[in-house]
Design a protein around this ligand. Structure first.
Ligand code: FMN
Length: 380
């Protein structure tokens, strides 16, 4: 299976190491960053969702209408919308982008952040709501006759949409979370299951949980798996490690000087993150700094396990090999984001992506060859 690469579609140049230089929605930067991904071999970019952040759906429409190939992964939080409304937004966006949309359904891992937009459910209740929501969105995308819905969280009658996605039967559904409730909901509904980068053994464990949940939900297929990292690359190992230490120094400095604007799990507002994914990242960092070929945890520790935060450090060759280890484990989509978003997207696209694609093509060709030989042996 060809591997896919997911980058980030930020709407400004701020990151954990750098204050943003302009407005939260910087139109020119949004386009430059998207174009850098499109021009350097990436498949797709993620528009994330945060309570106070610019709305990702119109930002995604803007980017898609200016670029030809780059696909969009749109983060969407059910609590802020009704599924009938959202399904039309997604279908319209799939039309604007000519079939380049995937929707990443966000349940929300932090009560405080959820309450900012009026959501008082507990995390497990939110997962049940997300599951119902995704089921409705899928039905609206594929149903041409009016229908009623009377569920636990949503109630409507006689609805049919007049706008349908370009992708048939429907766009893909992406999903993330590491708690039992997350595996149950995502195992049932997701086409793509997203994990944050952890050591290989722990990632293998999570993949098994996802597969078991899909089976328990009665599926015969399994979601494709995505894993996310923060690569720190340089021409030599020594330079890469110097850069890694500089990076974590800058993260710590911004956090201790109170310059980080937005709430994150593990911030002073919520010292212990409520989401299992971040708790896992903190526990892994406490147990060790380095894992496997290139995984480095101080970047995760310094942010309190804030989402995609474990680094892969080394030369492009080392980082490419480390990513291939995850491919060999069954990962289909590799997500990566640097700390200097624009320059790192270009460097990673130029120096790492081609190495990984080339090796994946070789592995796939070898596998096909082995398959052919086995078939010949069986058939005599
Ligand atoms: C790849 C990925 C991307 C995510 N993006 C967002 C996001 O943009 N906004 C957000 O509030 N939560 C985001 N989340 C959080 C999850 O949707 C989920 O709410 C949280 O991880 C729940 O945690 P738990 O099941 O591990 O306890 C993301 C999670 C993953 C794995």
């Amino acid at each position: 299976m060809p591997v896919e690469f997911l980058g980030i579609a930020a709407t400004n140049d701020g990151s954990e190491t750098t204050a943003r230089s302009g407005a939260a929605f910087d139109k020119q930067y949004t386009l430059r960053l998207g174009r850098a991904h499109e021009d350097h071999g990436w498949d797709r970019v993620l528009f994330a969702y945060g309570s106070g952040a610019p709305d990702p759906a119109p930002a995604a429409a803007y980017l898609a209408s200016h670029l030809d190939r780059l696909q969009i992964l749109l983060a969407h939080r059910p609590n802020v919308s009704y599924p009938t409304f959202a399904a039309k937004t997604f279908a319209t966006l799939d039309q604007i982008s000519e079939g380049r949309l995937t929707v990443h359904f966000i349940t929300g891992g932090n009560d405080h952040e959820q309450r900012r937009e009026g959501d008082a459910l507990t995390k497990d209740e939110r997962y049940a709501r997300t599951r119902e929501y995704i089921g409705i969105v899928k039905k609206i995308w594929t149903t041409h006759e009016p229908f009623d819905h009377e569920g636990e969280h949503y109630l409507f009658h006689d609805f049919v949409s007049d706008v349908f996605p370009v992708q048939q039967p429907r766009p893909n559904v992406s999903f993330g979370g590491s708690s039992p409730a997350a595996y149950a909901a995502g195992g049932a509904e997701a086409d793509i299951y997203c994990l944050w980068g952890e050591p290989l053994a722990r990632t293998a464990e999570q993949i098994e949980r996802v597969k078991a949940a899909a089976k328990a939900a009665g599926r015969t297929d399994v979601p494709r798996i995505q894993v996310a990292f923060r690569p720190i690359i340089a021409p030599t190992e020594e330079l890469a490690w110097e850069k890694a230490h500089r990076t974590v120094g800058a993260i710590r400095e911004r956090r201790t000087s109170g310059l980080v604007r937005h709430h994150r799990p593990g911030s002073s507002e919520a010292p212990t993150p409520q989401n299992t994914g971040s708790q896992r990242l903190i526990a892994i960092a406490e147990a060790g700094e380095r894992y496997d070929r290139a995984l480095w945890t101080p970047t995760a520790a310094a942010t309190g396990g804030a989402g995609n935060s474990n680094a892969l450090v080394g030369t492009p060759e080392t980082v490419a090999q480390a990513l291939l280890d995850y491919y060999d484990l069954g990962v289909d989509i590799l997500s990566a984001r640097g700390y200097d978003l624009l320059d790192d997207a270009v460097d990673f696209g130029r120096y790492v992506i081609p190495l990984v694609r080339e090796e994946v093509a070789k592995r796939d060709a070898e596998r096909a060859e082995r398959g052919k030989r086995t078939l010949t042996a069986v058939n005599g």
